[in-house]
Structure formats: structure tokens, C-alpha cells
Design a protein around this ligand. Sequence first.
Ligand SMILES: Nc1ncnc2c1ncn2[C@@H]1O[C@H](COP(=O)(O)OP(=O)(O)OP(=O)(O)O)[C@@H](O)[C@H]1O
Length: 327
Amino acid sequence: MSTLVIDHLNKSYGSLRALRDMTFDVRAGEIFGFVGSNGAGKTTTMRIMLGVLAADSGQVRWDGVALDLETRRRVGYMPEERGLYPKMKVGEQLAYLARLHGMSPAEATAATEYWTDRLGVGARRGDNVEKLSLGNQQRVQLAAALVHSPDILVLDEPFSGLDPVAVDVMSAVLRERADAGVPVIFSSHQLDLVERLCDRVGIVRAGQMEALGTIEELRTTDRPRWLLDVAADPAAVRAWAAALPEATASAVPGRPGAVVVELADDAAGTEQRLLAGALELGAVREFAPVRPTLTDLFRHVVSAADGDAPPPDGDPRPGRARAEVAA
Ligand SMILES: Nc1ncnc2c1ncn2[C@@H]1O[C@H](COP(=O)(O)OP(=O)(O)OP(=O)(O)O)[C@@H](O)[C@H]1O
């Protein structure tokens, strides 16, 4: 099984450093979610992966070998700027793209029919692309990325503008391709979707990979947070929580008897002592770990940001979440 390795990519546009040692990998059979704020460098990275843009330094390898023209023909790419010919018929266009990738006319026709049907635009094969709604054009664009049975999938915001049914179809297709051993990477700002779909996630900021890992790894913290809802005088609960040693407490809006306590460490039994302390105040209505969502993690990573400006060299960026640091 082959891994796609993005190895220390650097890229500047004039004086703007768009990528700074961008490093991660996408493994065969996984769906990798590539997230980051606007201008963080996702499209630049993907364009370099496709060879439509050259890196200043660094390399993209597949199966241990630098991506060459031949390997790039085996990539299914969905560019952010999209790339369909508006005045060409959907079916003809897809068959043409399949032929460009070396399929026979019969194979190209069969693949075109399969993917347009699968993506719900089979009835539009005879229409010019420009006649389709934006969402349907997007489905055709995904068909264009898939029609030649690629060994690698690189998709720039494939879900933007899709209705929920199309999102489900697209999600199922990506999972199916990954299950067939294809490394799949896509960028998205729809973090709930990324959280649901991806095996691993990379959060990019200012051209650099800031946090990398499974959602589970990224959510794991050495400062666990617990929600406590106690049937007692809210002021007493808050005072008790504020006085806890080595912990930070915050109120929960709309829930007077509840507090969220962030523990200083995850030493065994700490949370049980917390619970025991709360029980001395009154009956505990709820006691549960508070786990960050991908959106929380994203905010945390990106909150250190000041627009697109890269951090100064050596800046430790307090609080950065990094489950796995790419070598
Ligand atoms: N052709 C270009 N010339 C000059 N600057 C560019 C060019 N392309 C991108 N940039 C800049 O490089 C940085 C990275 O842009 P990129 O498009 O890779 O970000 P992105 O993460 O894909 O953003 P978005 O989520 O908004 O699509 C941005 O500051 C952008 O303005």
C-alpha cells in the first residue's frame, strides 16, 4: 500500500511565504481532512501535489518516489477554481477526460455512465455544463476527478455548495475509494463533516501544519475538562470551584448550578476527587467529560493567528494542539 508524502514544502509568492515546511502524509486507505483558515496554504499545497505549481523546495512522493508526470496522471484532482468547459456536454467532457487518461472509448463511455449515474447527474449527460446548477456542476466536477479510476484523490473543497443529499453521496464515494486503498485528501471549511468523515485531520495555519492526527488524538488533552451540575446554591458551587487547587473553573451560561472545571493534569483519580468534593455540596445531576469538537480545536489553533501573517520563527505558539508532529 502506498503513502503520499508531503515533505517540507516551501513556497513564496514574492515576499509572501505561503508554505513553511509543510509536512504530512496521506496513507493508502485513509481520508485525510485538510483544514485551515482562508489563505492558510491548502490550495497551494494541493496545486504543488498536482504539479500545476512548483515548490521552492521540498518534495511530494508516492510510494517513496518523487511524483512525476506519469504518477500525476493517476491522480484524481478537483481544483478549487473548477475546470470544466462550460459549452461542452457533460457526457462528452467526462469521456474525453477519461480518454486523456488512457481509457479505451468503451471504457470511457462506461465510466462516464457509471459516475454520472452514481452522482445523480445521469439525466444531464446530454446538457452543456453551463446549463447545470452550481451544485450539479460540482457533481460533474467530482465525476471528472473519478472517471479514470485514480490511485490518489486530491479534492479542493469538494463539498462546498452541495445539498445534504449530495454531501451524503460524495461522502460515501470518498469512503468507498479509501476502502479500495486510495489515499484521499480533501480540504474543507465544513468542520462537522470533516470530523465525521476523516480518519486523520491536519490543521494548517499560515502555511504550516499546526496539528495533525486522528480526531481522537487531537481531542486528547493533558488538561481534561469536566462538567459538573450540582443541586446546590449556584454561588456556593462557583465559590467551591474557584477555590479548587490546580484547576480552572468557568460558569456554564444558562445553567446556574453548573461549572466546567479544567484540571491541571490527567493523573488517575483526580476526577473522582473532584466528584467527591462536589457531592459534599449537594446531589450531582451531571458529571461528564467535556471534549472539544474539531471546531473548538480549529479555533484554538487558529486563535493564535493574526490574519495570514506567519508566526515569527521559533515562536512556541502557546496552547497549540499537536497530536503528532510531522518529522
Ligand atoms: N498566485 C498567487 N499569487 C500571490 N499570492 C497567492 C497566489 N495564490 C495564493 N496566494 C496567497 O498564498 C496564501 C495561501 O493561499 P491558498 O490559496 O493556498 O490558501 P487556502 O488555504 O487554500 O485558502 P482558502 O481556504 O481561502 O481557499 C494566501 O495568502 C494567498 O493570498
